[in-house]
Design a protein around this ligand. Structure first.
Ligand SMILES: NC(=O)c1ccc[n+]([C@@H]2O[C@H](COP(=O)([O-])OP(=O)(O)OC[C@H]3O[C@@H](n4cnc5c(N)ncnc54)[C@H](O)[C@@H]3O)[C@@H](O)[C@H]2O)c1
Ligand SMILES: [Zn+2]
Length: 364
């Protein structure tokens, strides 16, 4: 079992990672003393597979269960869902010791976390992430949010969970595409901070793709640890330390925006290409060797993530990244790798270097 402490000023909590954890989650929650009445926020897809196991475990520990379903898509991160959840929690909340369990992927984690943050100015919540992306990224760090029509995640708050309880066996039913989506973030952690993790994926990518128990626990554990360490240094995204998590994300976000956030490019696929572009920019600027850039690209390709951009014209992509807030007022800011395990934040990268790298990654 892996336990990672997240040490934040005034509060600390644990991330517990274990294959099969769901069976004993009731006992664990008792220990965290969140409350005796759980409002579980989930969707029907996840609940159909794991609802019974969660309910059984909670009830065995004397925790009552009230389930709230939200739509199974980004649409769930809306004012409509938030209001519905708050109304239902309010109606359920008579003399109870309520806490929220976010039981799902990043969409549910963000929405349930924000709901817990604003109900009565904050009630306890616990993250039980069910996608690889949520396990290694969105469940850690306390960023909660819903979307506005102009852009994603614009209404939110920093609100840390009481605990993050991660069962890697839940990933068994996750689709291959969503699994690889999360794997892109794991590769990102390797490049920005952990050469050992990167090399582990190089050696064991077949085991990882086959969702081998040991391999999953290893990559989820290492990735969660890196995210936790970064968040500890920059809880509110103010000191610039969290910026390194944006490796591959500036161009990645531009790709997602240029594709109108359609299923043409999922987040992990867009940042996979973004990481290849960033590596090529670093190469052009003489920050990194060609062999290292080649290694990053080769690993992304080997796990079955895209390294080339198809179906989006260069002009459209440029419009998207120039609109990005990091490019406003003339000076852009990119996270570029120096070697495997270390990145630098570079300001004022020449436009020509960015264009050249993007062009090299385009399929015409
Ligand atoms: N808060 C943060 O720091 C942060 C960081 C990164 C991303 N995010 C947010 O996370 C969201 C994306 O999260 P996601 O990629 O997890 O997508 P998601 O929550 O939409 O889940 C993807 C799909 O997988 C299904 N699913 C989930 N677990 C499953 C399982 N175990 N078996 C079978 N199916 C399962 C879901 O029902 C859904 O259809 C975005 O809204 C993004 O903004 C937040
Ligand atoms: Zn990301």
């Amino acid at each position: 079992m892996g336990k990672i402490k997240v040490r934040l000023k005034g509060k600390a909590y644990e991330i517990v990672i274990r294959h099969g954890l769901l069976k004993t989650i009731g006992v664990m929650l008792r220990r965290y003393a969140c409350g005796s009445d759980a409002v579980v926020v989930s969707n029907k897809t996840i609940w159909a597979i794991y609802g019974r196991a969660l309910t059984t475990s909670l009830k065995k520990s004397g925790i009552s269960v009230h389930v709230e379903f939200v739509p199974d898509s980004e649409r769930a991160k809306s004012f409509t869902s938030l209001k519905r959840l708050l109304d239902h929690i309010g109606a359920y909340d008579e003399r109870k010791r309520l806490f929220v369990i976010a039981f799902g992927g990043g969409v549910i984690g963000d929405l349930a976390g924000f709901t817990a943050a604003v109900y009565k100015r904050g009630i306890p919540y616990v993250q039980v992430p069910t996608t690889l992306l949520a396990q290694v990224d969105s469940s850690i760090g306390g960023k909660t949010a819903i979307d506005l029509s102009v852009a994603k995640n614009l209404v939110g708050s920093f609100y840390q969970p009481r605990a993050v309880l991660t069962d890697t066996s839940i990933l068994a039913t996750l689709s291959e595409r969503h699994f690889k989506n999360g794997l892109a973030e794991v590769i990102k952690y390797g490049v920005i901070a952990d050469r050992g993790l990167f090399e582990y994926i190089e050696r064991h990518y077949r085991k990882i793709l086959a969702k081998d128990t040991e391999a999953l626990e290893y990559i989820v554990g290492r990735a969660s640890q890196i995210k936790a360490r970064v968040v500890e240094k920059d809880e509110f995204d103010r000191t610039g330390v969290r910026a390194i998590l944006n490796f591959g994300h500036t161009i990645g976000h531009a790709i997602e925006a240029a594709a109108s956030y359609s299923s043409q490019y999922h987040h992990g696929e867009a940042i996979a290409i973004g990481m290849v572009v960033a590596s090529r920019i670093a190469l052009t600027l003489g920050m990194m060797s060609a062999s290292t850039a080649g290694r990053i690209e080769a690993l992304i390709e080997r796990v079955g993530l895209p390294t080339r951009l198809k179906g989006i014209p260069l002009s459209r992509l440029e419009r998207s990244y120039l609109r990005d807030k990091k490019f406003v007022r003339g000076k852009n800011r990119l996270v570029l790798p120096v070697c495997i395990g270390r990145v630098k934040v570079i300001e004022g990268v020449p436009d020509a270097a960015i264009k050249k790298a993007i062009r090299a990654c385009m399929v015409h």
